[in-house]
Design a protein around this ligand. Structure first.
Ligand code: NAD
Ligand code: TYD
Length: 355
């Protein structure tokens, strides 16, 4: 199998490529990534040097139609796994433009290049286009109920609206052209290599450095957490077993309120850092101004992928969260490498206004 992975230098893309090299001997990967602030070329240096015949990195933009057409022509991919996106809700509130450009226009350009290659390919290989998306397209749940594949789209943020637009395009390409697209909508991921603008790595680093822990609103918003490697296994399953034109919801079934996640992180880090009582990290928790349009609850019904494709998550939240904390402790050089001027600027912009 020869794969085009877009956005493979980001959080989930990196973990996905690592999963491919762990589990699929012989598969080849071309990783196309623009290396925005969220992409880190260091993430896969070991794979690059150990497997020069099976892994290639291309720095480029999914909006670059000429580059895409040339890549398909020369590499003759058998499948695409499309991660590349602007992915942070708070950034989409400050500046929606990049989200429209990358997530909608970029996905359109990628679909067009892939369709043109697929239509002109004489053998019509068992080509597949896996569009990786989010449960946020479904909007917000009350205390009851779950997102099913049939739940109507109702996005709240420019991020989720732009992902919804890209999902609709992928589905329309299947219905209109018979293009072999399959879509996954996954809940919140956590694990190694996540950029520390997202809740869990941000809190780990702030606890370590005894900085304030900014909890939005009342801290009672609920997310359904999934360890990133379980998501990657689900994606491999959908890639090899999923039906074209179908959507598969992926979730861990581990619902947690944000405040409970932060308290759990405090206790995990307190145990490592020898803090207790008055020095306990929970003293650093600050409730700050809420995110506008903040979805109250996400929860996934993943019956379809479990029953039809046989996938189940292998990690429970508490154990894999502890593993994630260990990873950030053991990879301080990675953390330092992404704490560039741009990252620090974002932290000032987002959190000064909320204080
Ligand atoms: P990320 O922000 O960590 O990584 C995105 C990657 O895309 C980066 O490497 C970036 O350089 C690259 N990129 C951005 N614009 C590009 C462009 N124009 N051309 C080429 N590359 C570009 O994101 P992530 O958390 O790894 O998410 C990956 C995908 O999974 C996204 O599509 C996201 O919507 C989806 N998703 C994420 C989660 C989550 O919890 N993080 C959950 C469900 C779905
Ligand atoms: P985030 O990691 O940004 O993921 P998403 O918005 O895609 O769910 O946020 C997870 C939850 O944590 C969300 O309810 C917002 C909240 N949050 C905070 O309370 N404080 C923070 O500093 C951040 C980044 C998020």
């Amino acid at each position: 199998m020869k794969l085009l992975v877009t956005g493979g230098a980001g959080f989930i893309g990196t973990n996905f490529i690592r999963t491919v090299f762990d589990k699929k001997p012989g598969w080849e990967v071309v990783n196309l990534d623009l290396l925005t602030y969220a992409g880190n070329p260091r993430n896969l240096l070991d794979i690059e040097s150990e497997h020069p015949d099976r892994y290639r990195f291309v720095q480029g933009d999914i909006k670059d139609s000429e580059l895409l057409h040339n890549l398909f022509k020369t590499e003759k991919f058998e499948a695409v796994v499309h991660f590349a996106a602007e992915s942070h809700v708070d950034r989409s509130i400050y500046g929606p433009g990049a989200f429209i450009e990358t997530n909608i226009v970029g996905t359109y350009q990628l679909l067009e290049a892939a369709r043109s290659y697929w239509e002109s390919s004489s053998e019509r290989p068992n080509f597949k286009f896996l569009h990786v998306s989010t449960d946020e397209v479904y909007g917000s749940l009350g205390p009851e109920g779950y997102f099913k594949e049939t739940t109507p789209y109702d996005p709240s943020s420019p991020y989720s609206a732009s992902k919804a637009g890209s999902d609709h395009l992928a589905k329309a390409y299947y219905r209109t052209y018979g293009f072999p697209a399959v879509i996954t909508n996954c809940s919140n991921n956590y694990g190694p290599y996540q950029f520390p603008e997202k809740l869990i790595p941000l809190m780990i680093l702030n606890i370590q450095e005894e900085k304030p822990l900014p909890v939005y609103g009342d801290g009672k918003n609920v997310r359904d957490w999934l360890f990133v490697r379980d998501h990657c296994d689900a994606l491999l399953t959908v890639l090899t077993e999923g039906q074209n034109g179908e959507t598969y919801n992926i979730g861990g079934g581990e619902e947690m309120r944000n405040i409970d996640v932060v308290n759990l992180l405090c206790s995990l880090l307190d145990a490592k850092l020898g803090r207790q009582g008055e020095t306990s990290s929970s003293r650093l928790i600050h409730f700050v101004k809420d995110r506008p349009g903040h979805d109250r609850r996400y929860a996934i019904d993943s019956t379809k992928i479990r029953s039809e494709l046989g996938w189940t998550p292998q990690h429970d939240f508490k154990t894999a969260l502890a593993k994630t904390v260990d990873w950030y402790f053991e990879n301080q050089d990675w953390v330092e490498s992404i704490r560039t001027g741009e990252y620090l600027k974002w932290i000032d912009q987002n959190y000064d206004e909320r204080a």
